[in-house]
Design a protein around this ligand. Structure first.
Ligand SMILES: [Zn+2]
Length: 172
């Protein structure tokens, strides 16, 4: 459920205008407040949500696939399932369009004549997770190394196939 939405048309108008009165992002306050509580009042989770939205602006990302935040585990609210981000980075033939982690733009990858070489490079949650991991490298190196080890293990286990199991990273 979206907590905010960015209008790319309004963003372009705002970025190119001499004044800064144009509004390009809508925040859904009640959802943001609920999410903040569900994630154990995590500022990291809130930052990730904002990173996602703002990446729809200048980097002009799309919503092909999402990371799935695991909200049912209140003890570890930072757990995020990145399996569909990994499948997206392996290529569109590894994407399961019926997954509940697919985004609104996933159909764009499968239109006739479309062959986006690296869809993960323009996927909002992929940019968000990469940024979050780079921050973790600077602030919690042991956590970063544990996450990278998990990514390598899951890639290795999947071999040439799709990654079907949840890949849980913790970036808090
Ligand atoms: Zn989005």
């Amino acid at each position: 459920m979206a907590m905010a939405s960015l209008s790319q048309a309004n963003y372009k108008a705002w970025a190119g205008a001499p004044s800064n009165n144009e509004k390009f992002i809508n925040m859904y306050t009640s959802r943001i407040c609920g999410y903040h509580k569900e994630t154990g009042f995590s500022t990291s989770a809130m930052s990730d949500a904002l990173l996602h939205e703002i990446s729809h602006g200048k980097p002009h990302t799309f919503d092909y696939a999402y990371a799935g935040r695991q909200l049912e585990n209140k003890i570890k609210p930072g757990d995020v399932d990145v399996r569909e981000l990994m499948n997206l980075s392996k290529g569109r033939e590894f994407v399961d369009r019926s997954s509940n982690l697919m985004g609104a733009h996933i159909g764009e990858l499968f239109k006739p004549g479309v062959n986006i070489r690296n869809p993960a490079a323009t996927n909002a949650d992929s940019i968000m997770m990469t940024t979050s991991l780079l921050d973790q490298l600077a602030t919690n190196k042991a956590g970063f190394q544990s996450n990278v080890a998990k990514l390598r293990q899951m890639l290795s286990e999947a071999g040439p196939g799709r990654i079907a199991q949840p890949v849980l990273l913790n970036v808090i």
